[in-house]
Design a protein around this ligand. Sequence first.
Ligand code: GLN
Length: 551
Amino acid sequence: MAKEGHKYIFVLGGVMSGVGKGVVTSSIGLLLQQKGYPVNLVKVDPYLNVDAGTMNPTEHGEVFVLRSGMETDQDMGNYERFLGRDLTNEDYMTSGMVYQSVISRERALEYDGKCVEAIPHVRDEILRRIEAASSYNGSRISVVEIGGTIGDFQNALFIEAARILKMKHPEDVLFVIVSYLPTPGTLGEMKTKPTQTAVRDLNSYGVQPDFIIARSKEPIDEKRKEKLAIWCNVSKDHIIAAPDIGSIYEAPLNFEKDKLGDAMLDALRLPEKKRASLAAWKKFALAAANTKIPEVSIAIVGKYFDTGDFVLSDAYLSVIEAIKFSAAKLNRHARITWVNSKDLERGAKVTAILGRFNGIIVPGGFGETGIEGKIKAIQFARVKKIPYFGLCYGMQLMVVEYARHVLGLSDANTTEIKKSTSDPVVDVMLEQKKHLADNKYGGTMRLGVYPAYLKKGTMARAAYKKELVEERHRHRYEINPAYVKHLEAAGLVFSGTSPDGVLMEIAELPRSVHPFMLGTQFHPEFHARPLSPHPLFTEFLRAAITRKRKK
Ligand code: GLN
């Protein structure tokens, strides 16, 4: 069932969600990798969706697209950014995926007429997948994050699978619980009880944690560490402080200071190969957290912000991180402001809202709401020569805006919004028509990596410094080839196309006309990494910094 001698670290959440299991998992991955161990990271999402592609970003956050095209949870983005490499389909699993495999096998009579049950069949499918990930990636240590919180009905089978692994290989499996320690304002004292309860819950599954990552506002003190150690049966030096920090990228540095990596290797009976080499990471993390350097202000005009009374920026996580990486490289602090495109539609003054920014981004999106607001923002950026970067929908709408206001095609639109438009400058891709007609929404978009050729003498080519690039996609619509010549004649440059020249991958205005007006049909944000920022984000920010200087 498990590879002989392979090591597994399971990361589970206690008390409540949203306290940074993903960052802990990514940090453990980075530390062990930098100590010389090949690591693979697996995200387990216990919901029944087969992938994250059909989920609303306001509810679930960004859909992160792998190189292969698989639509996954945003944590996968953090894993890629921390490890600095692409992940594969094997690294992601949902209950939906697991059940789908079991049910198809049952339909194919592969269970020899047996009664197919959660245990052992579903549990074993989970274990098979965990093993497939480490075999595929050739790793020595797997770090597996189980989504949700201990006690959720839907992650119980995953915890059970992990328990079996530990029972069979007691020396090769560790459990880490990431738990929250609140300091209620009325008491002014950090409380350990919720964590004790979470550990007791985990014990009821037959699982004892080996490490507790104590998430809290201030670092947990010795007294409370002792208390947790006694009540939770975890050795005190395995209780690791994880206070709130300025940037998630500092987490691995703090963990290394607390010797988390070494303690884990000890617990797994693996020799420490070398000290983690984190110098380059540290340099980046310090730059990213430095708010004292000069600022560059960027507006992100989107719509997936509101959940109840709260504003969540999770839907655009990779975009935010991509901006931070390029800003750190240029020694600037990026101040990012959310502008709800619906507000731009409700008669609010565009100049008053957008005039003060050094750069404007319209990120990816779907459907009708907020569209006219985004188009207003794009027009404003074009006319006022404010650096503009459009990502996917942001590129399509940049072309709609150009067709309407420069070509004079006042009804120009994308057929995603207006089927009957007299000028469908953005239209549904041929192969997508059938999917939509058959209501086949899951996993059917144009997804994952495709190549693009870059035209000589363009901004795109100058930024990438090469002719052929590969970027990740997630869309059903495209620039209508019937309008390309017309748009080019009016000054728009398609600087990147598919190798056959049919799909427009990048649109831009010449530098002589506008300091930076560029849109990509793909999502460059998925390839931005802390230590290798994305060239297009860097060029966009460079233009924004220049604008700031001139103002
Ligand atoms: N809604 C557009 C399409 O499907 C853009 C998608 C996106 O921004 N990811 O083509």
